[in-house]
Design a protein around this ligand. Structure first.
Ligand SMILES: [Fe+2]
Length: 423
């Protein structure tokens, strides 16, 4: 770290609290008055040091990479530095500085704070190359992180798929996501199937979500689709568009930008749909039209769709999503989507549906990684499991998709493989 720790970190390190903490307040902090006190009272307050760092995939993950992060308002000149990583400690001398852009999140809890979210795009990268990067403002910097670009063609890789985190995120979800991280240190991204938080505008819950996965998010890309808990009516979480910057290749619709998109990664097309807004027939139709083109013009060998609401229910008292079945299922069956990753029902279920609109038979999964549980009930499923917080390790190669569903002790709940014909 190039600069001294900020006050909060310093106090934490020294164990200073209460009156002792007040005695340690720098002159600058004291002069900020009640606003500084209010910031201090936030559980996950921003500081000069970058946090909430997310690696976001671009349309060309072999040659570019997006990173987003947060600071407090004093950082008005966001910068990133990047250098090729080859094991030498001298990489810093060849680092290139790249300017970022900033957006402002006003307090979502009625208080007076403002958080500054920044993003940068690294371009002109080499495929399958490792890079160091750090974030800052020219004087205060993060540590150097590490990421790797993708291959340009199909090459075996693995990723993690997680259902709803949603509740008691830091205390009862973090053990699942952390186990998923160490299950395979070479995973290429984490895929979140919605309901990352319980209250869309709760900055404390977003803080828990970021801390739950911690620094690991700075090294492996994040894919996410929103759930109903990321929405208030048809308005998405205030944090969503500041921290996520997914490829803008979705439908021509302001509300669907950054929630409906695709990412091609080593010959796999990942498609995010926004099934919450699909309750509105206008947005359902928009997504159907876009998805048809997305599937028709798909050059990838494998196709994996992910969205929050399931095609068929995974729990008792729940129902399938009518407009999803009406608009989207026919396209999955006609164009051969291999795997559909879903959440929402707080159970685990996996199976396929007899095709009625086409010849292909996608495999549908419902999963949950957080602690909230419903009663498992899925007559359509080959496997249905209740009362387990699960994560999925999914490996891709030319011949098959290999899926393992595990719990945080490392024990298997389910495993299966799909060949290219979807069986
Ligand atoms: Fe949900």
């Amino acid at each position: 770290m190039d600069r001294a720790l900020n006050r909060r970190a310093f106090l934490k390190m020294t164990g200073a609290t209460g009156a002792m903490a007040a005695a340690f307040q720098p002159v600058a902090a004291l002069s900020q008055g009640s606003k500084a006190q209010e910031v201090e009272n936030r559980v996950f307050a921003a500081s000069a040091i970058p946090d909430r760092i997310l690696l976001i995939p671009t349309e060309d993950s072999a040659r570019s990479q997006c990173v987003t992060w947060r600071t407090w308002e004093k950082v008005s000149n966001p910068l990133a530095q990047i250098a090729v990583a080859d094991g030498s400690p001298h990489f810093t001398s060849s680092a290139v500085t790249v300017p970022g852009t900033t957006s402002v999140l006003k307090a979502t809890d009625g208080k007076d704070w403002r958080d500054y979210y920044h993003r940068v795009f690294f371009t002109g990268l080499e495929p399958e190359a490792s890079y160091h990067y750090r974030l800052g403002d020219g004087s205060t910097w993060s540590e150097w992180f590490l990421f790797k670009t993708s291959a340009e063609t199909l090459k075996p890789f693995s990723f993690i798929y997680l259902g709803d985190a949603q509740n008691n995120i830091l205390s009862e979800w973090s053990h699942v996501v952390r186990r998923a991280r160490v299950q395979d240190p070479d995973i290429r991204f984490m895929l979140h199937a919605g309901d990352l938080v319980n209250h869309e505008d709760s900055d404390e819950e977003w803080g828990q979500w970021h801390q739950g996965d911690g620094w690991a998010q700075s090294g492996i890309s994040c894919l996410a689709t929103p759930g109903n808990h990321e929405y208030k009516l048809e308005s998405i979480s205030p944090q969503w568009n500041h921290q996520f910057a997914f490829p803008g290749n979705g439908p021509d619709s302001r509300r669907l930008t950054n929630t409906v998109y695709y990412v091609d990664y080593q010959n796999v097309r990942f498609i995010s749909l926004d099934t919450t807004l699909m309750h509105n027939p206008y947005y359902a139709r928009k997504q159907r039209i876009w998805l048809k083109e997305c599937l028709k013009n798909n050059p990838c060998r494998w196709t994996i769709a992910f969205h929050h609401h399931p095609m068929r229910a995974g729990a008792s008292g729940r129902t399938g999503h009518f407009l999803l079945n009406l608009h989207i299922r026919p396209l999955y069956e006609k164009y051969g989507v291999h795997l559909v990753l879903q959440g929402h029902d707080h159970t685990y279920a996996r199976g396929s549906l007899k095709p009625i609109f086409g010849k292909y038979r996608p495999t549908y999964m419902v999963s949950v990684s957080g602690p909230k549980m419903y009663t498992a009930s899925a007559s359509w499923a080959d496997v249905s499991v209740g009362n387990r917080q699960v994560f999925q390790h999914i490996s891709v190669d030319e011949e098959a998709l290999h899926v393992k569903s595990l719990i945080s002790t490392g024990e298997l709940v389910d495993s299966f493989s799909l060949n290219h014909a979807g069986v």
